[in-house]
Write a protein that binds this ligand. Structure first.
Ligand SMILES: *[C@@H]1O[C@H](CO)[C@@H](O)[C@H](O)[C@H]1NC(C)=O
Ligand SMILES: *[C@@H]1O[C@H](CO)[C@@H](O)[C@H](O)[C@H]1NC(C)=O
Length: 234
């Protein structure tokens, strides 16, 4: 009862949401590949946000645990490494789109996850006010390149007074902070789950520099490939 009393209503709602949502959601995964290069199918490693784009600088491999490759599972993984869904479900700004070369063309992001400042219930509200790291995500699941991998656009932002612009070098910094938080083994803060992540650096997928990149912020063209294994940890 002590533990229950210490949990906020928002936190309990989150647990219910995920334990109910997990079994229902599946993602067909082609675990023989990490992902399919998007250029093969006319896609782009830059998403689209009002003309210019943000780099898709992290890929979660299709060789990850299938649960992690669903929206609910991605959220659980994100919570284990210090991110959560947006403040009270509020979304600031229009959805960005990406074309992952899988035959689906441009599709809206499936969501935005933000640094949670140590509170998975309300911490993302602080991120919305104070700025911080965040990512958008898309699943490569169109019929012509149906890997099931998830592509992330990660960047670090200024606070709201700066209208959520990306900080200088915010693409490289955001990516590297997310990867540093993810590698190794991390337990979910509330549920008996652990996530073990390995990382590899890929070049040749994304051009380095500012060409086509939002906010004229240069990025180094490195894409990090994460392979995430989920396990019960009791
Ligand atoms: C592809 O992934 C998105 C995002 O998770 C999902 O909304 C959509 O239903 C999936 N499509 C198929 C064909 O599985
Ligand atoms: C982009 O930044 C470079 C310096 O990094 C500057 O020379 C250039 O004028 C900027 N372009 C725009 C459109 O702001």
């Amino acid at each position: 009862m002590m533990v229950t009393a210490a949990l906020s209503v928002a936190t309990i709602a989150l647990i219910c949401q995920f334990t109910l949502a997990l079994p229902a959601e599946t993602q067909a995964v082609d675990a023989s590949v990490d992902f399919f290069p998007v250029a093969n199918g006319g896609g782009s490693m830059l998403d689209k946000s009002g003309g210019l784009g943000e780099p898709l600088n992290v890929i979660i491999s299709a060789k990850s645990s299938p649960t992690v490759l669903t929206k609910s599972g991605l959220t659980l993984f994100a919570q284990a490494i210090g991110f959560s869904t947006e403040c009270l479900g509020l979304h600031i700004g229009d959805p960005q789109t990406a074309n992952l070369g899988d035959g689906n063309g441009d599709v809206n992001e499936m969501g935005v996850w933000r640094a949670d400042f140590g509170d998975i219930g309300l911490g993302t509200c602080l991120e919305s006010l104070e700025g911080g790291n965040h990512f958008r995500a898309w699943t490569q699941n169109g019929s012509s390149a149906d890997s099931g991998a998830i592509f992330l656009a990660v960047s670090k932002e200024e606070d709201l007074s700066q209208h959520h612009t990306i900080i200088p070098d915010g693409y490289n910094i955001g990516r590297d902070e997310l990867v540093a938080a993810a590698v190794g083994t991390h337990k979910h803060p509330l549920l008996p789950l652990s996530f073990t992540t390995t990382s590899a650096s890929l070049s040749g997928l994304l051009a380095a520099g500012t060409q086509g990149v939002n906010h004229n912020i240069s990025q180094d063209g490195i894409v990090k490939l994460l392979t995430v294994t989920m396990a019960l940890s009791i």
